[in-house]
Ligand binder design. Structure first.
Ligand SMILES: [Zn+2]
Length: 189
């Protein structure tokens, strides 16, 4: 993106002794506003500046992600002729795992109960993020299940004959979520 390669970052300036700390000022302000500890702040590297994790670029990076993905998804969608095996599901803003698994085409792949069971095993291995702690503490038992059903997917393709649902995740480094692929693999088997 625009800033890469032409701005001395705090990380670089600290390295050459021109700055005392490479810790991100925007992350610090955000954490202080939430009343959280400011230990272990991310260093301001080009990677941090260009990520959705950096408050100054969050909106832009997220918008770029959605727009690029939308184009990719639409073009994959468009190449699928009626006789092709893969069907790309059109997702709207309300599509999370819970609303998808009310649809016939998803229920045919796997029942809600089976999916919940497999998802639970994986969800409990995915760490509770800082921003999720309050929700977790409120009800630790139902947290993982609720988190799973609330997950939003970037895209889904269904192979009708084989009854496999492919989860399409357009990844950037800050929203990688290993769990998805494993759930889907488990389901496919
Ligand atoms: Zn930051």
């Amino acid at each position: 993106m625009a800033m890469t390669g032409n701005t001395p970052t705090a990380s670089f300036l600290t390295k050459i002794g021109k700055m005392q700390s490479a810790g991100c000022r925007l992350c610090r302000i955000a954490r202080e506003a939430r009343g959280e500890s400011t230990d272990g702040l991310a260093a301001v590297t080009h990677g941090h500046i260009n990520s959705a994790g950096w408050k100054g670029m969050e909106t832009t990076v997220t918008a770029a992600h959605h727009s690029i993905w939308r184009r990719l998804y639409d073009s994959m969608h468009a190449t699928q002729k009626p006789k092709r095996k893969l069907k790309f599901v059109t997702l709207d803003k309300e599509s999370n795992m819970s609303t998808l698994w009310r649809r016939e085409e998803f229920l045919r792949i796997c029942s809600k109960e089976d999916l919940a069971e497999k998802a639970q095993d994986i969800e409990v291995t995915i760490p509770v993020k800082k921003c999720q702690e309050a929700r977790y503490n409120l009800d630790p038992e139902s947290f993982f299940g609720n988190r799973f059903w609330g997950r939003r997917l970037d895209g889904v393709a269904i192979h009708k004959a084989l009854q496999i649902g492919y989860i399409l995740e357009f990844q950037r480094s800050t929203d990688r979520d290993e769990g998805f692929l494993e759930v889907k693999k488990a389901e496919a088997n």
